[in-house]
Write a protein that binds this ligand. Structure first.
Ligand code: ZN
Length: 252
């Protein structure tokens, strides 16, 4: 049987001694806010494989029917009304103590900022659902405005400037991450004494590279996740337990 109390105590001591903590979060930190993850038992793609098409660039650009489904999903997305949870607040505590070097996240829900993390500390590796971007002219505006057009009956709203295809400013399959964002996140992995990974299965690259990068630079690596991850071999401490229960104990 796993000695969770002992692991949590070790993690707490490591965090307490840290000067520069880089946090890395995935969907698991937001499930307590009612936002489903992608690959878990109740994940979006597990339940409806067709939904994966709406997350693939070529399908999205070439098939109006896929875009209509994507817009319906955006209009109904629980993340619009989601509130930050105890896990997000634990990260804000680290910021208030002055030891949060950076918050790299695979999430697009904006809940770290909503909880109070300074936007300049948050590196959104997979973009943000709160911004709409035109594929053609690259104009950006708040997603809320585009969603209002969908709710008013426009099934596939186009760019108001050029008529181009609008998409969420998130990274789809077949799309590259923004170079400046991944560089900022990896730079924070190079420059931390503790890497705190929360709620990611660490299967998506290049985001997952943040773990070996931090380890190679001498950081202590703590992984808190519901299930084992692909990067557990790099970790000093792995805690497979409920994030909302464990994280406040580590950070207190
Ligand atoms: Zn445009």
């Amino acid at each position: 049987m796993t000695d969770y109390a002992g692991l949590i105590e070790r993690a707490r001591e490591t965090v307490r001694a840290a000067q520069r903590i880089t946090a890395f979060t995935g969907a698991g930190i937001s499930t307590d806010s009612g936002i489903p993850d992608f690959r878990g038992p109740n994940g979006v793609w597990t339940k409806n494989p067709l939904a994966e098409k709406t997350s693939t660039l070529s399908h999205y650009l070439n098939d109006p029917e896929v875009r209509k489904i994507a817009w319906q999903n955006r209009a109904r997305n629980m993340a619009w009304v989601a509130e930050q949870n105890i896990g997000h607040r634990a990260h804000v505590q680290l910021q208030q103590r002055g030891v949060l070097r950076a918050e790299a996240t695979q999430n697009v829900d904006g809940l770290h900022q909503k909880a109070g993390n300074q936007p300049e500390l948050v590196h959104e590796l997979h973009g943000t659902m709160h911004v709409a971007v035109c594929w053609d002219c690259k104009d950006t505006h708040p997603m809320r405005a585009a969603v209002e057009r969908v709710l008013a009956g426009d099934a596939d709203p186009k760019c108001l400037l050029c008529g181009g295809i609008l998409k969420s400013d998130t990274i789809l399959f077949e799309e590259s991450l923004k170079q400046e964002v991944i560089e900022a996140a990896l730079g924070a992995a190079d420059d931390c004494d503790v890497l705190l990974v929360v709620g990611s299965s660490l299967r998506v690259y290049p985001a997952a590279n943040i773990v070996p990068r931090a380890k190679a630079n001498g950081a202590h690596v703590i992984i808190v996740n519901g299930q084992p991850t692909d990067m557990d071999r790099y970790a000093d401490i792995v805690i497979n337990a409920d994030i909302g229960t464990v994280l406040p104990q580590i950070v207190e």
